[in-house]
Design a protein around this ligand. Structure first.
Ligand SMILES: Nc1ncnc2c1ncn2[C@@H]1O[C@H](COP(=O)(O)OP(=O)(O)O)[C@@H](O)[C@H]1O
Ligand SMILES: [Mg+2]
Length: 245
């Protein structure tokens, strides 16, 4: 039996046959507006509510904005502020990316990345978080211009998170949110799992679907599942709902 961390998002847990295998480092990729930030926020919110200390590293947006967006989208989840106040869900307020922006060469990049890593690790130990989100890791790629260096950093990041024993979701922009145009890069393969959010469709109505592309250590759904972002959270219509395996 694999230990699992339920995401608390029922359709997604069905797709994972119960939850993300514990201590997995999962990539959540999708186009802009697919719901990566909201889905990863909901993962932490649900876990915090269940008693698992959680931390959200907001690299892309102001942490206040992340909370504001979540409250605006999930109006039925009235206890978001209370959960945050309880300290079980921490939206980290440091903005480590500023340091990488200011780095002017590879050595400085390395130094700054090291200090980001140290901050992430110390915040995880301070909060005793077991569920972690980094939103997004694309931003590191933008800042560290050399692609080889970026990949090395990503590997170091994942290795460190694994050593800390946390179960993480890291978001990454997808270059083309169309499933047929999905391309993989070396940095994708270092993750234990990959979840993709696609936006397809017609000019008049956007169709959102989720798919697990890989997850080490467990079986998972092999079909794409339509999803909606509703006031009470993500509704993911897993095929497993309809046809039991
Ligand atoms: N207040 C809201 N009510 C309903 N849906 C919302 C609301 N705010 C955002 N959304 C949905 O969430 C999407 C943005 O989610 P977000 O997690 O920020 O995307 P990403 O991080 O993938 O760019 C929007 O495209 C919209 O569909
Ligand atoms: Mg986002």
């Amino acid at each position: 039996m694999v230990d699992r961390v339920a995401t608390g998002i029922s359709g997604l847990d069905k797709m994972f046959y119960g939850g993300i295998p514990a201590e997995s480092q999962v990539l959540l990729t999708g186009g802009p507006g697919a719901g990566k930030s909201l889905l990863s926020f909901e993962y932490l919110y649900r876990n915090a509510k269940a008693g698992n200390a959680s931390i959200f590293f907001a690299f892309e947006e102001d942490p206040e904005k992340i909370i504001e967006n979540a409250k605006a989208a999930f109006t039925d989840l009235a206890d978001i502020d209370a959960i945050i106040k309880s300290g079980r869900l921490v939206v980290d307020r440091e903005e480590p990316t500023g340091e990488l922006i200011s780095a002017t060469n590879k050595d400085e990049d390395l130094f700054q990345f090291g200090s980001i890593m140290t901050k992430i690790e110390s915040r995880i130990s301070e909060t005793k978080a077991t569920c972690v989100v980094i939103d997004s890791v694309s931003i590191l790629g933008i800042m560290v211009k050399d692609v080889g260096t970026y990949r090395k950093y990503m590997l170091a990041l994942i290795t460190n998170l694994k050593r800390l024993g946390v179960t993480s979701i890291m978001t990454m922009e997808m270059e083309n949110p169309d499933r047929n145009k999905l391309t993989f890069k070396p940095e994708h393969f270092i993750f234990d799992g990959i979840v993709a959010l696609y936006q397809t469709g017609e000019s008049t109505r956007r169709v959102l679907t989720a798919e697990i592309l890989k997850i080490r250590g467990t079986k998972h759904s092999f079909t794409t599942a339509p999803y909606e972002i509703t006031p009470s959270g993500f509704k993911i219509f897993a095929a497993e709902d309809i046809t039991p395996y």
